[in-house]
Design a protein around this ligand. Sequence first.
Ligand code: SAJ
Length: 406
Amino acid sequence: MINVIGMGYIGLPTALMFAKAGFKVVGTDLSDDLVNTLSGGKITFEEKGLQELFDKAIENGILFTTDYQKTSTYIIAVPTPYIKQSKKLDPKFVISAINKVMDVCEKGSIVVIESTVSPGSIDRYVKPEIIKRGFELGKDLHLVHAPERIIPGNMIYELEHNSRTIGADNFNVGEKIKKLYSHFCKSDIVVTDIRSAEMSKVVENTFRDINIAFANELAMICRADNMDVYEIIRIANMHPRVNILQPGPGVGGHCISVDPWFLVGDYPDLTNLILTARKINDSMPDHVLKRIRTIMQEKNIRDITKIGLYGITYKEDVDDVRESPTLQLLEKMNNHLSFGIKVYDPHVNKKIVDNQILDFDEFISNIDLLVVMVGHTHIKENQKKISKLLILDTKNVLSVSDKYTL
Ligand code: SAJ
């Protein structure tokens, strides 16, 4: 039996993949509400293919509970936030999970930590907890770090097709967990030490953050002199060794906007580039605000309440609003302009901000300027409905010719 701890964005799909592969799986979460919802047959977030996988797992008897199970294999996928002031990892959820595992586990159990952690965290925070409890590491309990790499919006496909990293201090344990994951992961699985697994995961997301920052900086340079950044990126990308990403209104989500901070927090004197990239990406909502102001001046729009922000999620076709650039922009607009504006997102069906409109037609009925913050498929399919509006398309996803961009 496998006990997966944390039934969130990573834990739930991972548990379902093991269930599909024929394992008896128990999903544990500290939230009664979440466990009740899952036990009642409902999934808690939108993800392509997740519902089908979930329905099958329920049919095959997957169990959701708040209790930790007595078994020999645990997978921990709990949140690993960072502390805003110090930029360091807050390990409280991992520490609590490992202690609860130790309350019930069999002797010789393997605990796989999937949650992203800052490099060195397992040595610094997790191992001392184990030693404190009188467990002998490598005998009573084995630790493995197997950070995930899946992208929200394509998680199920990527769980099967992405390569993975397994970090273990003991070769045999690493190989055992590699074999376990190969029941659903059809790609390469690399076994390395724990520290390298921790570092490579954070490095991957930092690489992407830096590359997005470059695209964002280009957008601002091009704007300063009215050059078309999209045309310039398109041409530059024709070079065989150039692959520039796309500019946007900011970098959100719980991964790319968080993980680079772990390196900045731990190596403040060595992370100029990483810190600068973070600052550039975090400044993008300000850039959008400047663009809104310029357009309002040009078009002589005085009423800020007639501006509609489309998209609240951190990226297209997901319902996750963590670190959302739209929420950051909204806060800035409310602070600076002390006016309300309208906000809409087809994937966020419950009101999470006061001025959110739940009906698209109502949302577009009384605005002068539509600011597209997220490139949901929905807006691409509704271009006719918005063709008369003034548009700032921060993701450059609409094909209307008469629009403003970053
Ligand atoms: N974005 C841009 N321009 C781009 C690409 C992305 O502005 O060209 C923005 C998005 O709109 C979004 C943010 O960046 O706000 C992050 O989105 P993303 O799709 O790049 O990545 P995530 O956060 O959904 O998932 C990432 C992935 N990491 C990498 O691509 C290196 C995923 O593989 C990881 O599993 C995940 O982080 C994680 O859990 O760490």
